[in-house]
Design a protein around this ligand. Structure first.
Ligand code: ADP
Length: 271
């Protein structure tokens, strides 16, 4: 709070009162601070891959382009860094569209059971592919027998589920099991994704939904992460009137929860 005082002085010179105005500057300052932090984060996040690319390009220009071993490897690094920057810019543009209220949902009535089943099957295929085979991950499905119809933007909701599943796999140890579960509550459906990974320290658990926040910056970067996935997921889920949160025990694993409003009107109408 900032307080400004003014004395009320009569023409006679007699002081008849005191006015005190309290300004709530904390909120403004916080927003301004966040904005500055965000710009600084974006600059830093873009500078890192650019600096790394420059050194590889310099090495290529200095003669490595003629080396049949080095050249393809250096080119691959620069390609990966470029891809990562493109992903980050796409994420930033999506956040900016959400911030400015320009990101409209294309709502459809979707069977959430089928959607989750589809996403989990896709990841199951992925972990059994040659690239992941030696990691020995497992996916456990605990979904409902019945259809659950909810009104969502299917592309956006799949993006959220993909993000949570990708993280679960990214932060899982070899041989880890990832369990995808769906439960019906009174007026919500609850999807949870549990992993047996490294977990998240208590102090960080709510911050992971902030833009660019990562518990382990170096590790996240090495995995190609932008630190924006969960921030986008939170915005998208809240656009749908839902909630997303996480619960974790360090060294044991993490569970991400996603709850969406659900009105079981269809069932009654059809019966
Ligand atoms: P990133 O691109 O870094 O994965 P996210 O926004 O998706 O960005 O996640 C933010 C941070 O939250 C990650 O860097 C990581 O520290 C933490 N995190 C997310 N999911 C998990 C998980 N399943 N287990 C442990 N840590 C996680």
């Amino acid at each position: 709070l900032r307080a400004s005082f003014s004395l009320i002085q009569r023409e006679s010179g007699f002081i008849s009162g005191l006015v005190c105005v309290l300004h709530d500057v904390t909120e403004q300052e916080r927003i301004e601070e966040e904005r500055k932090q965000f710009v600084s984060n974006v600059s830093h996040e873009l500078r890192t891959p650019l600096t790394s690319m420059r050194s590889y390009i310099e090495a290529l220009a200095d003669g490595a382009w003629q080396d049949p071993d080095l050249a393809p490897r250096f080119l691959e690094v620069t390609q990966n860094e470029t891809d990562r920057m493109i992903r980050m810019i796409q994420d930033l543009l999506q956040l900016s569209r959400i911030d400015s209220g320009k990101s409209m949902l294309n709502l459809e009535i979707v069977d959430l059971t089928e959607m989750l089943d589809h996403v989990l099957n896709r990841f199951d295929m992925m972990i059994h592919s040659a690239e992941y085979e030696d990691k020995k991950y497992q996916i456990n499905k605990e979904i409902l027998e019945q259809s659950i119809f909810v009104e969502v933007d299917p592309d956006r909701m799949i993006q959220v589920l993909d993000n949570i599943m990708n993280n679960a796999i990214k932060y899982s140890p070899d041989g880890g099991t990832i369990s995808g579960k769906m439960e019906k509550r009174e007026d919500t459906v609850l999807i949870s994704v549990r992993d047996e990974g490294m977990g998240i320290p208590k102090a960080d658990i709510n911050k992971i939904f902030s833009r660019f926040y990562r518990v382990d910056r170096a590790r996240s970067r090495a995995m190609g992460g932008s630190g924006l996935g969960l921030a986008i997921s939170k915005e998208v889920v809240e656009q749908h009137g839902g909630h997303i949160w996480a619960d974790s025990t360090e060294g044991k694993g993490t569970t991400f929860y996603l709850s969406l409003p659900y009105f079981p009107y269809e069932e009654e109408e059809w019966e």
